[in-house]
Design a binder for this molecule. Sequence first.
Ligand code: PCA
Length: 233
Amino acid sequence: MAPRRPKAAGAAPARAQPGRRPVLVTGFEPFGGEDINPSWEICRALPAAIGRSPLETLLVPTQFRRAIEVVAEAIERTDPTLVILLGQAGGRACVSVERVAINIDDARIADNAGARPIDEPVAAAGPPAYFATVPIKAMVAAIRDAGIPAEVSNSAGTFVCNHLFYGTLHYLAASGRDARAGFIHVPWLESQAVSRPGEPAMALATMVRGVEAAIAAALATAEDVKMAAGQLD
Ligand code: PCA
């Protein structure tokens, strides 16, 4: 039998570069009667790599439970060094980097599968909350340095975004993986605000630049910077 030839250099896909684990970036399906979700539009517009780290993007169903399963599968498949979850927060004016995920589902509207859990834990045996494991202050500073309004947010809500944020941190903690994870909420796109006069919106290209800056900062920062970004109420 002929010996197998070694694979030619360069035959491997970009994410298989030795020593370069990817960044997994996720966006959600539209929900709540919208026909677009900026979080997925950002994923579609991101470059293939940031610095020398390849990006893997993933569309996540806006469904309790299923969202966590889909992201856990992608983590197993891609072995990311960093997981950045994106979601739409209509009515917010800034790109918001979330500080904390809480162990509660309390849905004001149904998810895309019709589920509407009220005051149920995300994980029955899980801790009350997890903090983001990315450097949130450095990320906010980097987004602002790119000329884009950004803030630290102290609540990712109690719908599917918080659910996925909590579920991902819980999954990573339980699996012993060293990937860091964070959540970024983004405003409505301008097209979504057309029928909502006076409501804040942001252009897609601006959000993309902000998310790129945040990812670059997360990759470059081992220990978060000390910068006041709290709120009084
Ligand atoms: N935003 C919702 C779920 C999906 C999304 O993009 C939320 O903030 O929970």
